[in-house]
Design a protein around this ligand. Sequence first.
Ligand SMILES: [Zn+2]
Length: 213
Amino acid sequence: MYRQLVRDGQHPQALIIACADSRVSPEHITQAGPGDLFVCRNAGNIVPPFSQQNGGVSSAIEYAVVALGVRDIVVCGHSDCGAMKGLMTPEALASMPNVAAWLRHSHAASRIVCEAYPAGMDPKDHHRALALENVVVQLSNLRTHPSVAAGLAKGELRLHGWFFEIESGQVLAYCGEAGRFVPIDESEDMPVAHTPAQRIAAPEMARVAVAAE
Ligand SMILES: [Zn+2]
């Protein structure tokens, strides 16, 4: 099998950006084998917004989309996430300056939960809300990457937000249209996180084409 994978090259079905948590293995969750998934894992399943600074996550995204031509990108969060707990208790990160700096990319999710959710929420509910909102925030960051933005505009890419519940083994998927996470139903199409592809100037371009005729 490995010889064949070298002979034919890799043609992964998707790029999955997941947490580095040892209990959240994308290959195990999806029952994938070698060559099936292009995987990028880090603390908090974070996608830093595009910048000129080189980064491991940005490079993995660019390579997966441009060189490998993946059509689906999944950001996968999970229950009982230590990174999300760190966001809730910044004082616990005092001795981990790199983790604290990395988690800045999730501060938008923190603010959403602190300001737009009921005050005095149970810490368990707060933690879950934070992990779910973080997936959606990272999906937004993903769209700042030029290769992803262009792929979406061409209708060649689909973005998915997943949430893996460790205790039940269930995977929820973010449905952009409904604005919430729903259990994945294998008999139905996989929910997508973003609105259908469009080119903002398309109607105008069409008018120009008609006028030119
Ligand atoms: Zn985690």
